[in-house]
Design a binder for this molecule. Structure first.
Ligand SMILES: Nc1ncnc2c1ncn2[C@@H]1O[C@H](COP(=O)(O)OP(=O)(O)OP(=O)(O)O)[C@@H](O)[C@H]1O
Ligand SMILES: [Mg+2]
Length: 166
């Protein structure tokens, strides 16, 4: 995993995010595990990127490193999977198959508002208005045979977390 410093990719307010090149799945997983080590209680992460960009790979590593002992399935068909990470609830959603955020009502997403819950959402744009707001947004894109990752800060605690990342 190679971090691309802001100087390589100048952007306004470059402290509002960090970028990395992830050459393989192990690098995607390493970033997820690193993030798990600096997470605060109740963080909400949106995971953006095209089909196959590595959103589930990232989420699986993050959840595993957060203390989820069981096998972490892709929620592609179930839409939502619930776990216990350490002593706290964790939710992993994949909203690819949602056509309208109203369809999410039957999922009972109230549990996502638990301030202690870790929430990871793939395809969050499909749940707009029905999801808790993100602290951080990860953007994954195909690049150079691997992936480009940009972690974008949304809230002050998202910023704290990003600053604690090695
Ligand atoms: N940095 C990387 N470089 C190359 N391949 C990667 C990288 N990260 C993950 N992959 C691979 O990409 C494939 C798709 O990964 P994954 O299922 O996590 O994508 P996804 O974004 O969750 O897709 P979907 O939108 O279908 O849910 C997997 O085979 C995984 O090993
Ligand atoms: Mg996925």
């Amino acid at each position: 995993m190679t971090e691309r410093r802001a100087a390589d990719h100048p952007s306004p307010g470059s402290d509002a995010g960090r970028t990395w090149h992830l050459p393989d799945e192990a690098a995607t997983a390493a970033l997820g595990a690193q993030l798990a080590r600096v997470l605060e209680e109740g963080m909400v992460l949106y995971l953006h990127g095209p089909l196959g960009a590595g959103k589930t790979s990232f989420a699986r590593a993050l959840l595993g490193a957060s203390g989820v002992g069981e096998r972490i399935k892709s929620p592609t068909y179930s839409l939502v999977e619930g776990y216990v990470a350490g002593a706290r609830p964790a939710w992993h959603l994949d909203l690819y198959r949602i056509a309208d955020p109203g369809e999410l009502e039957w999922l009972g997403l109230d549990a996502l508002s638990d301030p202690a819950a870790l929430v990871l959402v793939e395809w969050p744009e499909r749940g707009r208005g029905a999801l808790p707001p993100a602290d951080l947004q990860l953007h994954l894109a195909y690049a150079d045979g691997g992936r480009h990752a940009r972690l974008q800060v949304v809230t002050p605690r998202g910023r704290r977390l990003l600053q604690r990342l090695p």
